[in-house]
Design a protein around this ligand. Structure first.
Ligand code: ZN
Length: 274
């Protein structure tokens, strides 16, 4: 089973209870060595202060969530997306993040053209790579479960993400979030295909049965149906030796609890269920 030396707290897990400053303190208090902020939390604290606090706390930043949302309906929106994604790269650099996670976006408003959306994603990432590559900030495509194809991400499998990496080259990799890809019959093959170079992040939580909300009913590791140790073994056999980041959206359960309890349970489950 996994130990807690590679554990990282994705701030989404306690986003309703804690600010980024409280998350940093919480990680220190609980001996959790990594953190992965979301940009809204980072903006509240300010990147400069966040960088100082994280550095003084001795935490590694396993990723910044998130850039992306590439497909747009018109060219004015496209320029805004380009600029926002460049800012995201700058913020990731400022806090020393190991990668910028990309949630690539779904269909533009009013569109039914998912193939066109996927083309916009490819072009958007290619443009962003021109900015991120010389600055040495890796971009990590996070394939999302197909139930989010319309509104969050039209890249839904590891195979799609690997194909984009093949096409667009250096500086691009993948964030494997087991919540989104656990069901994929080609998962093991595609994790091995990605290999050490491309595997930039590993996000864990669990799939609850039944799932009562499409977005905010993710489970704590061990409470659902995903064989997490099996998937972790595939990722590790592909050469991944980075962090195990806990990212749980849970409006009915974990977001209602004392965050110190959430972190305690996370650590225990890391040892028992990951
Ligand atoms: Zn994730």
């Amino acid at each position: 089973m996994a130990d807690t030396r590679n554990l990282s707290l994705n701030t989404a897990t306690v986003r309703e209870q804690w600010s980024l400053a409280e998350c940093i303190d919480g990680c220190v208090r609980h001996g959790i060595p990594g953190i992965a902020p979301w940009r809204d939390k980072l903006a509240e604290l300010g990147a400069e202060r966040a960088e100082r606090m994280i550095r003084e706390a001795g935490l590694r930043v396993t990723g910044l969530c998130r850039g992306g949302m590439f497909p747009v309906a018109n060219s004015k929106d496209r320029q805004a997306v380009v600029e926002d994604n460049r800012r995201a790269v700058d913020e990731a650099l400022e806090i020393g993040a190991e990668c910028l996670v990309l949630v690539v976006g779904g269909l533009p408003e009013g569109s039914k053209d998912i193939a066109g959306a996927r083309e916009q994603v490819r072009d958007g990432i290619a443009t962003l790579l021109e900015y991120s590559r010389p600055r040495a900030m890796p971009l990590a495509i996070e394939p999302l479960h197909p139930m989010y194809a319309a509104d969050r991400a039209c890249i839904n499998t590891m195979a799609q993400a690997n194909d984009l990496c093949d096409e667009l080259g250096a500086g691009l990799g993948i964030a494997v979030d087991i919540y989104h890809v656990w069901w994929d019959p080609n998962l093991q093959r595609e994790i091995l295909r990605a290999g050490r170079q491309r595997l930039l992040a590993f996000h864990v939580c669990d799939w609850l049965v039944p799932t009562r909300d499409l977005l905010t009913d993710r489970g704590m590791m061990g409470d659902g149906v995903i064989d997490i140790p099996l998937i972790r073994s595939w990722v590790e056999s592909a050469g991944y030796d980075g962090a195990c980041e806990v990212e749980i959206f849970s409006s009915r359960d974990w977001w209602t609890r004392d965050p110190d309890e959430v972190l305690d349970v996370m650590k225990t489950r890391m040892e028992k269920a990951v």
